[in-house]
Write a protein of this length. Structure first.
Length: 64
């Protein structure tokens, strides 16, 4: 079921994006599963939610 992230999940996503390098942000579609896992772990956020966010962001970028 699709749903908007809760405020806690949104805060976690913001934390994960905040620690990403400029290169990771510019080349987000090239991130490997290991890189996504490491970013989530380093940010202390849920890996699954972060991966879903990254995938959704990539799809959005490809659509526009």
């Amino acid at each position: 079921m699709l749903a908007c992230p809760t405020s806690k999940e949104l805060a976690q996503l913001k934390s994960a994006v905040a620690i990403m390098t400029p290169s990771e942000k510019q080349n987000v579609s090239n991130l490997t599963d290991n890189q996504i896992h490491k970013i989530a772990k380093d940010a202390g956020v849920d890996t699954a939610n972060f991966a879903i966010f990254i995938n959704g962001y990539i799809l959005h970028c490809k659509k526009t």
